[in-house]
Ligand binder design. Sequence first.
Ligand SMILES: [Zn+2]
Length: 466
Amino acid sequence: MKILKLSFLPLLFLSAFCFSQEEVEDQEAFFIKSIYEHSLMEGSCYDWLSYLSTNIGGRLSGSKNAALSVEYTADIIKKAGADKVWKQECMVPRWIRGDQEVVKIINSKSIGTKSLNCTALGNSEGSGIDGVQAEVIEVQSLEEVEELGAAGVKGKIVFYNRPMNNAHLRTFRAYGEAVDQRGRGPRIAAKYGAVGAIVRSMTTKNDDIPHTGFTFFTEEDKKIPAIAISTNDANFLSDLLEKEKVNLFMRNTSYMSTEVPSHNVVGEIKGSEFPEEIIVIGGHLDSWDLAGGAHDDGAGCVHSIQVFETFRALNYKPKRTIRCVMFMNEENGLSGGKKYAELALEKGETHIAAIESDSGGFTPRGFSADGEAEVINNNFKRVKEWFDLLEPYGLRLTKGGSGADIGPLKPQGPLMFGLRPDSQRYFDFHHTAVDHIDAVNERELKLGAAAMTSLVYLIDQNGVIQ
Ligand SMILES: [Zn+2]
């Protein structure tokens, strides 16, 4: 076990926690304890997140706020202790949300006319100012639309209403199983001649809040308006459809503008012993426009910056190069993640590990590990042993995914990790107008940053078998 110089650590730490003597004697355990104490007591991550999500606000790719957030995070990464900070230009799609979207039940026999809580799906294009009106049909899947074909769908509005499966403990699994309705559903409906698509919001909760998110059309596709409605309204509409035929009016005046340049922000602490070995940590800086993107993914951005601030405060000089990256455009294009990997390959850089935080600012429960088969085979068992040191903090290691932004790096061979916070409330806020700083608990956020910092520290100390 590597022994660190610990003279800089105040003796105070020795008495601040109720750890056994053996644990205190273990230098890595001791250092991790100091990481937690610093993050909880002195960490700036909540203040940064507050500024990013409130003073700057929603950061849709290509927007003025996205550009402001690039400048802001470049500044705080530098102040947090980066040796240098730079920007990587990438072209991003520019989606312009139109006027307040409308979805309305029209002249129902039993309830008359009623507006539904709704929001346009990202990258969707409009109906024009006049909107569209048609009979609505409810479906549970893309396959059902394929089976109905043009005969069943043409001229109608398709309503995708398969709920997220609340039987799954991990809500991300339920999201993964349901989100094809939002991502590809409108396109499939358009293929068979539908005039519009309505999608049940991607959330585990029954409430009145609509959730936006990316929907995919190719340039050649016929674009139809695509709008999410709240889960309460989806249930209401579904009940009504059991009683009668329903006509809906929908209007969405959003549109795609031309691509514009934007940036990833990269900060670096050069390694003292193995500078050519890079450990990258990050989150995505862009967010949807409805709120300040506090959980998604301001939390992941400030978790990552906190790693630098904590290392500096504890006077820890990493052996390996640590990069903190604010990725641009995860939500509706992933161009920042692709650009980062492309440049790493071009420069022949060696990334030994990549960690992403993009699952919210809730209490961390552990990390999932991913990577090319050989990298996982060589490392999973030994990394799992390191997690004995993180057990007192409630962290465990599982196999699983890592993060969308670091995904393009995977073929270059790093050991990949995703921070896994408690997921039970994540989809109460995800892609909504309520993803504000008030939705984030300061201590939970700081614990996430401490978990990230501890894992970076252990990788830096012990390396990765390539
Ligand atoms: Zn995200």
